[in-house]
Design a protein around this ligand. Structure first.
Ligand code: NAD
Ligand code: G3P
Length: 332
């Protein structure tokens, strides 16, 4: 009998990944923290709020009780926003089995302390569980709709990596690339959100394709510098969780981080922009943490610095552009 997988987090992406597993025929449990929402998902057999056109495959079961969601599967995939990631780990801890394997597709850094999520998992749950992270250019709606998509998967355990890859990879529309670099794969997915806010702001200010592309390119340089300082392989940032996700998020309006930046560039306040979007904007939460991490590592991140100044010190978008363009001349 096939082993089930439990997806924890029934937002747009958790639901899309649960659909991807169950569409491949694997028994998949999907847990959300709101019992009313779970009842609605179970009743309607679709996520009307986030993915209204996609019916759940038969292999997808909604589970409102966290204890049974955790206990029924050896493999867990956590897909909640980064600011509640640590809380969810604490909630699942009492229910964990000794043979559990834990993956996540959350893109972000630890709330307040700004560490990689792997450190949070290891600190909260110990170092005995095989771990894996999924990250790459994957808008939930396109993935759920079965449009061609590719992603990176990194793990500290080869067997877990291969088994997870085999379950979610689908030769018709979902390519899953294995990557050995857990640090780089986590970092690329987290920091691209901040750069996407910058690209959105640039477009919101009315700048053109040159400016957007310069931000993507220099943003990639920032991400790579920070990643290398943490021990990542620079090559990772040329892959799905680096360049891939950065281009996707900086250029397409499905991205909430980009739309957030667009609104800021057009003069909308951060709070109004967040309210208008009505979903998680990871870069908003993670800019502060990224700044803290860069400072700890002694890494220069000029674009991130400007986004931080705009979000938390009221710097105007036009002043940010002037500050970036007016930096000292330097080599590439
Ligand atoms: N949506 C995408 O296209 C996409 C793609 C790749 C990665 N991601 C990442 O996936 C993660 C989840 O994002 P999303 O897009 O699914 O968010 P979303 O805004 O669609 O939904 C957020 C979900 O989090 C749930 N939530 C809120 N507080 C919670 C708590 N305390 N415990 C458990 N669940 C809680 C909400 O009920 C909601 O279902 C983020 O890190 C995001 O960057 C999203
Ligand atoms: O909507 P965003 O900006 O959170 O981006 C979603 C995904 O991370 C894209 O890969």
């Amino acid at each position: 009998m096939q082993q089930p997988i439990t997806v924890l987090g029934a937002g747009s992406y958790g639901t899309a990944l649960a659909i991807a597993f169950s569409r491949n025929g694997f028994p998949t449990l999907l847990w959300g923290h709101n019992p009313d929402e779970c009842a609605r998902l179970a009743d309607e057999r679709k996520n009307t709020r986030f993915l209204p056109d996609i019916a759940f495959p038969d292999a997808l079961e909604i589970v409102a009780d966290l204890e049974s969601a955790v206990k029924k599967s050896r493999d867990l995939l956590i897909v909640v926003p980064s600011h509640v990631f640590g809380d969810v780990l604490k909630q699942i801890q009492p229910f964990l089995r000794a043979d559990q394997r834990i993956a996540w597709a959350t893109k972000g850094l630890e709330r307040d302390r700004g560490r990689l999520l792997q450190s949070v998992v290891e600190e909260t749950l110990g170092k005995s569980y095989p771990l894996a992270v999924l990250s790459g250019p994957t808008f939930a709606k396109e993935l759920a709709a079965g449009l061609p998509t590719a992603i990176a998967l990194a793990s500290n355990n080869d067997t877990f990596a291969q088994e997870l890859q085999a379950r979610i990879h689908c030769s018709k529309h979902f390519r899953v690339y294995l990557n050995q670099d857990m640090i780089g794969v986590q970092l690329g997915g987290a920091i691209k959100n901040v750069i996407a806010i910058a690209a959105g702001m640039s477009d919101g200010l009315g700048f053109g394709a040159n400016a957007r592309t310069a931000l993507i390119t220099r943003g990639l340089a920032e991400i790579s510098r920070l990643g290398v300082s943490l021990g990542a392989n620079p090559q990772t940032f040329m892959g799905m969780s680096g360049l891939g996700d950065l281009v996707l998020t900086c250029t397409d309006n499905q991205s909430r981080n980009r739309r957030f930046g667009l609104a800021l560039g057009q003069g909308v306040s951060a709070q109004d922009a967040i309210n208008q979007i009505g979903q998680v904007v990871e870069g908003y939460y993670n800019t502060k943490e990224t700044m803290a991490l860069a400072q700890r590592q002694g890494v220069e991140m000029p674009i991130t610095e400007q986004i931080y100044a705009a979000l938390f010190h009221g710097k105007k978008p036009q002043e940010m552009a002037t500050a970036l363009l007016g930096r000292d001349r330097k080599g590439e």
